[in-house]
Write a protein that binds this ligand. Sequence first.
Ligand SMILES: NC(=O)c1ccc[n+]([C@@H]2O[C@H](COP(=O)([O-])OP(=O)(O)OC[C@H]3O[C@@H](n4cnc5c(N)ncnc54)[C@H](OP(=O)(O)O)[C@@H]3O)[C@@H](O)[C@H]2O)c1
Length: 294
Amino acid sequence: MKQRTIGQTMVSAIGLGAMPLSIADHPDESQAIRTIHAALDVGVNFIDTADAYRPAIDDPSGNGHNERLIRKALAQYHGNKSSVQIATKAGNIKPFGDDWLVDASPGYLHRACEGSLRALGIDCIALYQLHRPDPKVPIEESVGALMNLRDAGKIKMIGLSNVRIDHIDRARRALGVRGLASVQNQFSPAYRKGEDVLSYCHEHAIAFLPWSPLGGVGNAGRLAGGGAFAETAARHGVSAQQVALAWLLAKGPCVIPIPGARRPETIVDSARAPDLELTDSEIAQLNRYPHAEG
Ligand SMILES: NC(=O)c1ccc[n+]([C@@H]2O[C@H](COP(=O)([O-])OP(=O)(O)OC[C@H]3O[C@@H](n4cnc5c(N)ncnc54)[C@H](OP(=O)(O)O)[C@@H]3O)[C@@H](O)[C@H]2O)c1
């Protein structure tokens, strides 16, 4: 698969978003492991997870369900896994109604990192992301904790998620201009509010990882239901989801989509997106097409 970079690290242009393998309606473990193996088989070597990805708040498995699943899948994989890079996150502690409780205090981030290292069974996390800024904690303090973890060799690269440009500016002042490797924000055909952040990342050579790039679990099928993405897909003889991922990739070399999957077939299909060449006029049409949100 074509490669892109996060910091100095090469990763597949399409990553695997592992969240649907652990949250509500997740598949059984054997299907989840087959899905991860299918991704690795087609050259996906970048997997996004978080300590908070777990079936339900009252599930006895606790935090780290998704991280432990990835560890198990990698242990059982017989192909080449030497280049696999895992990105995880901390700071979102649990869903509370429709909202998430957030703790991005330095003490919590240190404890969460130790928990993720244990769950993943590794001694250094390739990309550690602040899941969400904490309104109670200045972002400089949160990224200061991540710098300490990096200095201690527990994480290699630092990323942010769910941030505005002012958060990124403040974090970069604390980290130094080359200190921020990635930003992970929501972005998809249906949700384009983050275009300013994407442009900022492009300008400053920061990897941009669009989350829910297909509209989220349960919504990805809508892309095929008509409109510019479905029409472009029909012309190329590919899925509308592949067109959406190719459109995201065309937004700039900093973009690395992380589509979620519960089934091997969907990640295998998504992994073909870097080879789909869209014409300039197709991209212009997809840019104009305001796919209905939600
Ligand atoms: N930082 C954050 O706050 C945050 C928030 C949400 C998500 N994320 C990350 O972003 C990742 C992706 O987001 P998401 O999983 O919410 O949504 P998504 O990637 O937009 O959609 C996932 C759904 O798309 C379907 N799909 C994937 N590829 C497809 C294809 N080629 N053809 C048809 N259907 C396809 C999958 O179907 P099947 O289930 O049938 O395989 C899956 O249910 C997550 O896994 C997580 O790692 C981060």
